[in-house]
Write a protein that binds this ligand. Structure first.
Ligand SMILES: [Fe+2]
Ligand SMILES: [Fe+2]
Length: 318
C-alpha cells in the first residue's frame, strides 16, 4: 500500500490535464433567441450535399442531440453551484441558455421532419431508452465527464462545418441552413466551458477519458446506425431504387471519408481529446468565429438576420 500510493500519485499528476486558469477564459458569450417557424413542405430531405443517407445522418443527429443537450443542461445546472469563479459561473449560464434554445428549436425542426415521414417518434423512443436507462443514471461526476465529451464532439463538428461553409449552401432550404449554421457557431463559441468546469471541479484524467467513449459510440456508431433506416422509412421505394443505392458510397465518404469526411478527416482532432494535456482551445477557431458572426448576424445581409429575435447576456455576479 505504501508503495502503490506514491506510484498512483505520480501517475495521476502526470495525467492531470491543464489546471483551470480563470484568467485564460474566453470572452462572455450571448444567448441568442431565434424564430425559424419550420414548414414541413419546405424541408429538404437531401439538405446535406444532396446525399440522402448523409442528410439522414444529420436528421437523426438533430433528433438524438436534443436528448444530449438536455443532459448537458441538467448537468451544467447541477455543477454550476460548485463553481466559484464568477466568470466561469456566468459562462456556464450562457452554455445552459444556448443549449436550451438549440434543443427547443431542433425539436421544432424535428416536428417538421415528422410531417415528412422521418422516424422522429421511433428515434425519440430509442433515445429515451438510452438516456433513461443509461446516461441519466450515471453519477454526477461521470455525467460531467460525459457532458465534456459530448461538447468535444460538437466542437469537432462545428470546426469542420465552419471550415466547409459551402456545405450549407448546397440546398435551397434556408431554414435548415440557418439552424445548423447558428448551432455550429454557438457550439464553437462555448466549446471550452464544459471542459473548464470539468477541469475546475475534477481534473481526473481517467474520468475524463471515461466520458469520451460513450459520446463517441453514441455520435459515431449509434446515430449512424439509426440513420441507415431513415431513407427507407421516409420512402420505402428507396429499397429498390438504383439511384439511392448508387449514392450510398458518396454519403459514407461525406461522413467518414478520411480525406474530406466530417468525422473521417477529423480523427486526429477527435482522439486528441485523450491527450492528457488537451484543451479545447488548442484548436484556435477565433478567426472562424469572427467571420461567422459577421456572416450570420450582420444587419440585413446576415444569414440569420431574418430569424434573429434578441440576445441576452447573463449577469456577472461577483
Ligand atoms: Fe447545442
Ligand atoms: Fe454545446
Amino acid at each position: 500500500m505504501q508503495i502503490i500510493s506514491p506510484i498512483k500519485k505520480a501517475f495521476s499528476t502526470m495525467l492531470a490535464g491543464p489546471v483551470f486558469d480563470a484568467a485564460k477564459q474566453s470572452a462572455i458569450i450571448p444567448i441568442r433567441h431565434m424564430k425559424f417557424e419550420f414548414k414541413p413542405e419546405k424541408i429538404d430531405p437531401k439538405f446535406y450535399m444532396n446525399a440522402e443517407l448523409a442528410s439522414a445522418y444529420f436528421a437523426s443527429l438533430s433528433i438524438f442531440l436534443t436528448f444530449g443537450e438536455d443532459l448537458v443542461i441538467d448537468t451544467a445546472r447541477y455543477h454550476r453551484d460548485f463553481v466559484t469563479d464568477p466568470l466561469l459561473k456566468q459562462r456556464v449560464t450562457s452554455l445552459i441558455g444556448q443549449e436550451a434554445l438549440h434543443s427547443k428549436l431542433h425539436e421544432e425542426m424535428n416536428d417538421a421532419y415528422m410531417e415528412i415521414d422521418l422516424p422522429v417518434k421511433l428515434f425519440r423512443t430509442w433515445a429515451g431508452w438510452v438516456f433513461t436507462y443509461g446516461f441519466n443514471r450515471l453519477s454526477q461526476p461521470m455525467k460531467l465527464s460525459l457532458m465534456a465529451g459530448i461538447e468535444h464532439f460538437t466542437a469537432v463538428l462545428a470546426e469542420y462545418m465552419m471550415n466547409h461553409e459551402q456545405i450549407f449552401f448546397d440546398s435551397q432550404d434556408e431554414k435548415q441552413r440557418a439552424i445548423w449554421m447558428w448551432h455550429m457557431l454557438e457550439e464553437s463559441e462555448h466549446k471550452d466551458i464544459a471542459y473548464d468546469v470539468f477541469q475546475n471541479l475534477s481534473n481526473n484524467y481517467a474520468l475524463r477519458a471515461a466520458g469520451f467513449f460513450p459520446a463517441l459510440i453514441t455520435i459515431l456508431v449509434l446515430i449512424s446506425a439509426a440513420s441507415l433506416l431513415v431513407p427507407f422509412y421516409r420512402k420505402p421505394s428507396n429499397l429498390i431504387s438504383w439511384s439511392y443505392w448508387k449514392d450510398v458510397p458518396r454519403s459514407f465518404q461525406l461522413i467518414f471519408g478520411l480525406k474530406d469526411g466530417v468525422y473521417g478527416s477529423s480523427l486526429k482532432h477527435i482522439f486528441d481529446y485523450l491527450r492528457p494535456s488537451f484543451h479545447p482551445n488548442d484548436y484556435d477557431t477565433s478567426a472562424f468565429l469572427d467571420y461567422y458572426k459577421e456572416r450570420l448576424l450582420y444587419p440585413e445581409t446576415g444569414v440569420l438576420t431574418p430569424y434573429f429575435v434578441k440576445e441576452f447576456i447573463p449577469a456577472l455576479k461577483v
